[in-house]
Design a protein around this ligand. Structure first.
Ligand SMILES: *Cc1c(COP(=O)(O)O)cnc(C)c1O
Length: 475
């Protein structure tokens, strides 16, 4: 599908040395971090695949943009340059900058969601769902079933199941659904795209019931590239054209510019409805900052605007996703269980298959993250039962079908040789997988627990038990 010549359309102008650690150093570091890779010091990491969020390399133009920062409290020229860029590349009319994606999620959730509302979406995202809940809403997953099966190679696993969506609308009533949440691409499904055919059908259905679509456009250009590569009728369209078409089918968007737009910090809310914009512009003053800076410096707004224009270039996306595919294909050839098709922002290891002897309440993906770090200094992220949190009503763990370890690739940061090192390290852990034991949670924060939870290694792999019974067990 993707041509082999994904070689980078840029050259390296500045380098950042990384720490080459020893295994004994890493063993100590991961123990001190409570076996949670989020709690490691970045200094102790060799290749950092924790996230692609805010970790990409800015271009010389973006760095130059920082020097053009107009740090006026109000009406900074960089705001107008961002607004113009968003109008041009995404087509949304009104823009409210926020410090990052979740700032925008907070504002749109508070404006549109009332107590008891239901928000259907193509799989949850951690911060998005939490803000929907904090606003009194309930998220309902209406993604196609294929998305929950890591081995299913359906190319558009980000698609909405139209039947599930319409059944839900009929069940709860359109007036209880403020909007359908559409993510491009679907992070929690393994970085899977949604097709334009599906989005058009969702638009038609929501129009029939008078329901809005709010777009989590964090990786919209990556999604557009996949549409160009595999959806019928789009081979001759540019990524930029496809991005515009996707956005035109939705009513507004939240953006974490730390992904596609390659800035270290930044985000925005964009809408086409003036009244919603007016409310958002008022709310942002309370939570983020004045509506022309939204918690960011003028220079951040400029770097974001330039990053957006770079993100929609075909050759950039080709190299970006080409590198991820290079890694994924190599791992697949070695027999490592990964989510297929390969995602756009990373390769997701299937921890249930990698460590089949570890029950889900012994956190297989979390365990794998700790093992990979100890093996190689590579830091990855759990996307499984720890990330899924607990059921609000029963207090039990949510047990997602997908128990994944995400090897996320920052944009323009690592080389092909780094990809080869990653393959080698994963294979080494795979070879000794049978000797790996699980973890038990020793500290659990109330919100988004995966960020700060702490764990201990268990001595024996034990049969499935509820975490609540831990105190009774000799582990
Ligand atoms: C990162 C992300 C967010 C939240 O954005 P932040 O900038 O981290 O607050 C929302 N949705 C998706 C799909 C993301 O990947």
């Amino acid at each position: 599908m993707i041509k082999n010549t994904w070689a980078e359309p840029y050259k390296i102008k500045m380098v950042e040395p990384v720490f080459m650690s020893t295994e004994s150093h890493r063993k100590k570091a991961i123990e001190e971090a409570g076996f949670n890779t989020f709690l490691l010091k970045s200094e102790d990491v060799y290749i950092d695949l924790l996230t692609d969020s805010g970790t990409s390399a800015m271009s010389d133009r973006q760095w130059a943009g920082l020097m053009l920062g107009d740090e006026a409290y109000a009406g900074s020229r960089n705001f107008y340059s961002l607004e113009e860029t968003i109008n041009k590349y995404y087509g949304y009319k009104y823009v409210v900058p926020t410090h990052q994606g979740r700032g925008a999620e907070h504002i749109i959730s508070q404006i549109l969601i009332s107590e008891g509302d239901v928000i259907p979406g193509n799989m949850y995202f951690t911060t998005t769902r939490l803000h929907q809940q904090l606003a009194g809403g309930k998220f309902v997953d209406v993604i196609i079933d294929e998305a929950h099966d890591p081995e299913n190679i359906f190319p558009f696993k980000g698609n909405i199941d139209l039947e599930k969506l319409e059944d839900l609308i009929k069940e709860v009533g359109a007036e209880r659904i403020p909007y359908v949440a559409i993510a491009t691409t679907v992070n929690m499904a393994g970085g899977q795209p949604l097709s334009l055919a599906n989005l058009k059908a969702v638009r038609e259905l929501t129009d029939k019931y008078g329901i809005k679509i709010i777009h989590d456009m964090t990786r919209v250009a990556e999604n557009a590239f996949m549409i160009q590569q595999i959806e019928e009728g789009y081979a001759d369209k540019s990524v930029a054209e496809i991005v515009l078409e996707i956005c035109s089918l939705t009513d507004g968007a939240t953006m974490s510019a730390k992904k596609d737009a390659m800035v270290n910090i930044g985000g925005f809310l964009a809408v086409n409805d003036y009244d919603i914009f007016d409310q958002a512009r008022n709310m942002v003053v309370v939570y983020e900052g004045l509506h022309t800076y939204g918690g960011l410096a003028g220079r951040d707004l400029e770097a974001m605007a330039i990053g957006i224009s770079e993100s929609v270039r075909d050759e950039h996306m080709h190299a970006r996703i080409g590198q991820v595919y290079y890694l994924g294909k190599k791992l697949e050839k070695k027999g490592i269980p990964i989510v297929l098709p390969i995602g756009t922002h990373g390769v997701f290891l299937d921890a249930k298959k990698f460590l089949p002897h570890i029950p889900q309440d012994r956190f297989p993906a979390q365990t794998l993250a700790a093992e990979l770090y100890t093996e190689s200094g590579i830091r990855a992220m759990e996307r499984g039962v720890v990330s899924a949190g607990r059921n609000k009503e029963t207090g039990e763990h949510n047990y997602p079908d997908l128990e994944l370890l995400r090897l996320t690739i920052p944009r323009r940061v690592y080389t092909q040789a780094h990809m080869d090192v990653i393959v080698e390290a994963v294979c080494n852990v795979f070879e000794r997988r049978e000797s790996i034991k699980g973890l038990k949670m020793t500290y659990e924060p109330k919100y988004l627990r995966f960020f700060q939870a702490r764990f201990e290694q268990v001595k024996h792999t034990i049969p499935e038990v509820s975490l609540k019974q831990d105190a009774l067990l000799e582990v």
